[in-house]
Ligand binder design. Structure first.
Ligand code: FPP
Length: 247
């Protein structure tokens, strides 16, 4: 049941990191320059989440639909992920970050898949922050792959069974879902897991999303009444947000 906690830090924050392309275009730079800048913003955000006691950060790095972008941008993003892994894994490891790549790996090359698995193995024992990087991910893909898994095992499809078969079964659902870049859409991100997430839309383009913007999102989260289907009266006191999962 939800309880009052106006000073709560969201246990799990999920982010649609939107606006890299516009950031670059406004500077007459190629779109990939915005994505490179986006990696820097992600590094800062990871540090800020650790400093604030956030336990899980889930980011949307590449959607199932992003393959439809111009080939040059797709290959640039794949290359950027590879380079970022080589560059960032040692510091993520030193900072206690446990990395998970969430999404469909079937379409990825063997070399790429090995890189993801190595980065996960290198950070597996870490406990300060779980960082889920959603790559070739889509919320609909996740529901379908979970249903396929249950069906292959001859299991009954229940909410609990689906929940356990989802790609994010290793973490509780997000408390706060942020989308940067001014658009107000979910864009096939965490369709199942965001059922009771508080939504926050920031006008900042992702490369400009800084500590102050994160703090502003957390402040807004603290003012929200999380009812999980109950009434305000049932929550007691002021009914302000709780980071507990819906019962
Ligand atoms: C959306 O902005 C952003 C993406 C599709 C890619 C997000 C990727 C990063 C932030 C880089 C970090 C990822 C890794 C781990 C390599 P957009 O391109 O749709 O921007 P726009 O709406 O301004 O066009």
């Amino acid at each position: 049941m939800a309880t009052s906690n106006a000073n709560a830090v969201p246990h799990h924050i999920a982010i649609v990191m939107d606006g890299n392309g516009r950031w670059a275009t406004r500077r007459f730079l190629p779109r990939i320059a915005g994505h490179r800048q986006g990696v820097g913003a992600l590094n800062r955000c990871v540090q800020a989440c650790i400093a604030r006691g956030v336990a899980v950060l889930t980011v949307f790095a590449f959607s199932s639909e992003n393959w439809n972008r111009p080939a040059e941008e797709v290959s640039g993003l794949l290359e950027l992920l590879g380079l970022s892994l080589a560059r960032e894994v040692p510091s993520l490891k030193a900072n206690g970050v446990q990395l998970h790549f969430v999404g469909d790996r079937q379409r990825l090359s063997e070399k790429f898949k090995a890189g993801l698995a190595q980065a996960e193995a290198a950070t597996a024992g870490n406990e300060r922050l779980i960082l889920n990087v959603c790559f070739n991910y889509g919320g609909r893909w996740d529901v379908a792959q979970a249903a396929r898994k249950l069906s292959a095992e001859g299991l009954e499809i229940t909410e609990l069974a689906l929940d356990r078969a989802m790609a994010l079964a290793h973490v509780p659902d997000p408390d706060l879902l942020i989308r940067t870049g001014g658009e107000m859409r979910i864009s096939n991100f965490l369709l199942w897991q965001a059922a009771y997430s508080e939504l926050h839309f920031s006008d900042k383009l992702w490369p400009d999303f800084d500590d102050a913007a994160l703090d502003a999102a957390i402040e807004v989260f603290r003012t929200r009444e999380r009812r999980f289907g109950q009434t305000s009266a049932q929550l007691g006191s002021d009914g302000k947000n709780s980071t507990q999962k819906a019962a």
